[in-house]
Ligand binder design. Structure first.
Ligand SMILES: Nc1ncnc2c1ncn2[C@@H]1O[C@H](COP(=O)(O)OP(=O)(O)OP(=O)(O)O)[C@@H](O)[C@H]1O
Length: 479
């Protein structure tokens, strides 16, 4: 018992430290006391909680950086119109939207041939006369940003040299990403100007902003609208609140956003976007978007039906490594991701595999988001066939072409219980692709066997034992 609980405590400590060290956030580790126990003061727990929340902004940024395509989704879009009697418009082409020619040119130059699933309904609503308010929820990568950027660009009157569209983002980095999309889409519209209301962007007192679109974080935007009066909120025609779920996870942002919204004119168009829709997001959305139309696009269901699942029984970390080496040839027929619980294990494993002459990539919580994006990009391009990472670091990352997943350590939540959602998201496939996958779970203690059994029970799907010393068995997984 002593070893197991000690190992757990160390893992917990490292995982906590890992979630603390994200992005450009300051690193502060939870230290063990003199006896080696993890000291969990309230302040520490709160801090971990707070930084865990900020981690959502890092995940969101990472997904944006690695995504170059739309995420396909064949689910039906659910539309709740404010006025159920008005006809429901949906468009199948960008031409139908009667965009300004320079905007249509911008859209095509970005390689968009037709509206995405969510854009089909959201764009006609947003571009309607009079403008309609909208709350839209769909998973990351489904085209929300492109949709509201197009809506903002369409509403701008360049001759009026003052801010007309205001867009709130949860962080400086996310604001810059949206700004890039505005610049790309507005490439053939040079008279249109954009300003960033983000920390560090200092203007002289008394100055008024002449740019047409302002994008920024809530604190700075609030200052610019009220205290510093750089922006006249009464002249704003379109207000966008992006990444509402990430926004409300950051202390203070919710209040600041509501205070900004209160300064806007009644006829200002209000638009809110979110990748998820928990109750808290919904409550917030209703506060900032009066009389909304609502569009939701469900995430495509993931299933374990087409996945071959195995476990390998070992007695130690070294045995797990040996087992992995035994199946290495079989798993690298495709691209594989290997998940470890702690950074330390991930670095050790990557180093050991390299020593064996294998070319592997390591994705670690120590890296800033841009570095992580570069590692994932190389992996996606097939420069490395194996990516070693940690459960915490890789949470929420979609690397679609990966068909082999090795759980060097099984995914557990912060209380040490099986993290079924992560397990499914990591190895599951959307039914529609029907692609086959392979998952190998390494088990090295009673505790991890127990976790595995609970995962099996949860999904009611058998995970078969694999003997990695038996070449016939290995042959079995390779096919
Ligand atoms: N109609 C379209 N056709 C082709 N590609 C598109 C289209 N709309 C958006 N994209 C591209 O798909 C990717 C995802 O789009 P976008 O960033 O707008 O999604 P999102 O839902 O806002 O994601 P996130 O929540 O991560 O911000 C981007 O690379 C974008 O350029």
């Amino acid at each position: 018992m002593a070893t197991d609980s000690w190992a757990l405590a160390v893992d917990e400590q490292e995982a906590a430290a890992e979630s603390l060290s994200n992005l450009h956030l300051k690193e502060e580790k939870i230290k063990p006391d003199a006896n080696g126990a993890v000291v969990k003061t309230n302040a520490n727990a709160e801090k971990a909680d707070e930084e865990e929340k900020e981690d959502r902004a890092a995940q969101s940024l990472l997904n944006k950086l690695i995504r170059s395509n739309l995420v396909d989704n064949t689910n039906q879009v659910e539309v709740l119109q404010r006025d159920p009697n008005s006809p429901l418009y949906s468009v199948k082409s960008f031409e139908e939207l009667r965009l300004k020619p320079q905007l249509l040119q911008g859209v095509y130059a970005m390689g968009f041939n037709r509206p995405s699933k969510i854009q089909e309904n959201a764009l006609p609503l947003m571009l309607a006369e009079p403008p309609q308010n909208l709350i839209a929820q769909s998973q990351s990568g489904t085209g929300k940003t492109a949709a509201f950027v197009l809506a903002m660009l369409s509403q701008v009157e360049p001759a009026n040299r003052h801010p007309q569209c205001l867009c709130l983002s949860p962080t400086y980095e996310l604001a810059l990403q949206t700004g890039k999309v505005i610049e790309q889409m507005g490439k053939f519209y040079p008279e249109l100007k954009l300003a960033y209301a983000v920390r560090g962007n200092k203007l002289e007192r008394g100055q008024k902003i002449s740019e047409h679109i302002v994008i920024g974080t809530p604190g700075t935007v609030l200052d610019w609208c009220s205290k510093l009066k750089f922006i006249d909120p009464k002249k704003i025609k379109v207000f966008v609140l992006d990444e509402a779920d990430v926004m409300i996870a950051t202390q203070g942002h919710q209040d600041q956003s509501i205070r900004i919204q209160r300064m806007l004119p009644r006829n200002c168009q209000m638009l809110l976007f979110s990748a998820t829709f928990e109750d808290s997001v919904w409550k917030f959305a209703q506060k900032v978007v009066p009389d909304p139309n609502i569009i939701k696009l469900k995430r495509e269901e993931e299933t374990l039906d087409t996945i071959k699942q195995y476990y390998v029984l070992c007695n130690s970390r070294d045995e797990k490594f040996q087992a992995l080496c035994n199946i290495y040839g079989a798993i690298t027929i495709a691209q594989a991701m290997i998940f470890c619980h702690t950074r330390k294990t991930a670095s050790w494993l990557a180093a050991e595999l390299s020593k064996e002459g294998h070319q592997v990539a390591l994705l670690s919580g120590e890296m800033v988001v841009e570095q992580r994006a570069a590692v994932i990009e190389r992996f996606r391009e097939g420069k490395e066939k194996v990516l070693v990472t940690t459960n915490v670091c890789a949470r929420g990352i979609d690397v679609e072409q990966v068909s082999v997943v090795i759980n060097f350590d099984l995914p557990v939540d912060k209380d040490g219980n099986p993290d079924n959602e992560t397990y499914l998201h990591r190895i599951g496939r959307t039914g529609r692709f029907g692609k086959r996958g392979l998952a190998v779970n390494m088990v090295d203690s009673k505790h991890s066997m127990n976790i595995l059994n609970r995962i099996q029970e949860h999904f009611n799907k058998k995970i078969e034992r694999l003997d990695t010393d038996d070449l016939d068995e290995i042959e079995k997984i390779a096919n």
